[in-house]
Design a protein. Structure first.
Length: 229
């Protein structure tokens, strides 16, 4: 699993260990004892963002957010998104936020950018560990038109026809001081139940340049922060 550098308190994340009970309150039907065998399959709601998301390979291990952004705007490569982030937050004398980059290497990399803004693309290997740092993640995604969202709100929008559709969405999972980003591609809900074996959520995962089919349970177990366009 590829990651980007991420440092922020887990208390700010949307932790969803008990969503099954909460969804019941909002009228989203999730049978607790499994889906009835032999029931006919009827498509309740389908969402498809496939025309807005491009399959992208993550160039470096910590360039997860840059890859997600590139998948939505292929006119800007990951190296340009990397420059945009560093220019906004770390070319004004800010201290080194990266655990895997020495202070000397960090200063040298920033000096190179000040001399030539194309260095993240011309010498991108220098910046391979310069992912989006956690303390500026909210501000950076806000500047890119994203904001943190509630999982409950997101699930309502992919479950109920009268709630409208969600916008382009990033899911981020945490692992210590790092995290991984994937892009919501669409979903199919059958028989008004996320416990139906045909009900799926589709994600574009830039770590593998692939589309993954996941269940709502897997979303809850894996991703704990959501950002919507």
């Amino acid at each position: 699993m590829k990651h980007f550098s991420l440092k922020f308190k887990l208390s700010r994340c949307v932790i969803l260990k008990y969503l099954v009970l909460k969804f019941a309150i909002f009228g989203i039907i999730i049978p607790l004892n499994g889906f009835a065998q032999g029931a006919s399959s009827e498509l309740t709601k389908e969402i498809d963002f496939s025309s807005a998301v491009t399959r992208i390979t993550q160039k470096y291990e910590y360039w997860c957010v840059y890859a997600c952004l590139e998948s939505l705007n292929t006119s800007l490569p990951q190296c340009t998104h990397c420059f945009n982030f560093l220019h906004r937050f770390y070319m004004n004398g800010a201290s080194n936020p990266y655990q895997l980059v020495s202070d000397e290497d960090f200063k040298d990399a920033i000096d190179k950018l000040e001399a030539d803004a194309d260095e993240t693309c011309n010498s991108s290997d220098i910046y391979e560990k310069f992912g989006v740092s956690g303390e500026s993640l909210d501000a950076y995604l806000l500047s890119e038109g994203f904001s943190e969202s509630s999982m409950v709100s997101f699930i309502r929008k992919i479950s109920k026809n009268d709630e409208g559709n969600p916008s382009i969405t990033f899911f981020i999972d945490m692992d210590g001081n790092t995290g991984h980003c994937v892009v919501f591609l669409g979903s199919k809900l059958y028989n008004n139940s996320w416990d139906d074996p045909e009900s799926k959520i589709y994600l574009m995962n830039p770590a593998f340049e692939s589309i993954r089919e996941v269940t709502l349970t897997e979303i809850n177990d894996t991703y704990n922060v959501i950002y919507c366009k």
